[in-house]
Design a protein around this ligand. Sequence first.
Ligand SMILES: [Fe+2]
Ligand SMILES: [Fe+2]
Length: 328
Amino acid sequence: MTTSDVRAETNGQIAVTTDGMARVSGRRPIDLQRSAGRLLKTSVEKFYDAEVDIDWDSPWLPDKAWFPEHRLSLYGTGLWNRLSEEQKIDLGKHELVSILSFGIYAENLLSMALLRLNTTGDLVDNKALYALAEVGDESRHSTMFARLIAKTGIPPYKLPPGFLSLAKILHFVPLGPSIQGATLLIEEILDRAQREAMNDERLQPQVRQLMKIHVLEEARHITFARSELVEGMRSRGRISRAWHRGVLAVVANLSYPILINPKLYRAVGVHPVRGFLACQFGPHYRENLQFMSEPMIRFFDEAGMMEGRFTMFLWRLTRSLPDDIARR
Ligand SMILES: [Fe+2]
Ligand SMILES: [Fe+2]
């Protein structure tokens, strides 16, 4: 199967497609078994095998970039202006490897939650089967990410062991809207960034193809997690809803800063602490986070995940909220 059916809609300078995007209302009730049945059908009809759908044998093109320049963590800072053109391209390569490394950890954690979900219902119903299908997708994605990292020649950026122990706590958090929200937090942020990057002809062709494959398959994951979140919030009482809102807001504060591993700044001669601070206080940090998060945050808002003073305080700390929601 090819990905030539991906159409681009121009949104400003770089095209951001909305193909296959989840259209799940945060307010309307959803028949979860029927929805999982439909997703199962598309999982069979539309899937990609990166082993054959990416041209691994062709060499990297010397004049192509790895990630859109304006989304790089140091873009627009004083440090950025001091980098040579070659270093700017190199920074993009390392940031891509960092994001893909994070992606492997994240898909691993999400798959564990899906395997837990698989055993909670009737074991042979549509939801149980769909959960297994999604684990299959994620294992192909992580293999694809690993292959691309290996082809760059840069070692993966590993998370510190302490952080991984903390992440394991997620296994003990009851399944429900906070887990679905955490899933969306990772899938939708990456989805939005990839929808922009995959249409950028200045990038390496294999990187663009990886992003196209991931975006097309993740669309159904996002539909599933959104549907589960809506029904999870509808079926819960006031206190349980507040708990899930709070947990998600905490996870958001932990997730955003670890996408880019500060160690990568060494590759362009910048001390990790200096690079991290320049990124956090750079002129585009808020703008980039807002860009990557907006559709997801508007959905969370509709589904009742953005209420309460404590929750909103934590979300404002992330600096990802659209201006109108941040001001409320
Ligand atoms: Fe994935
Ligand atoms: Fe996914």
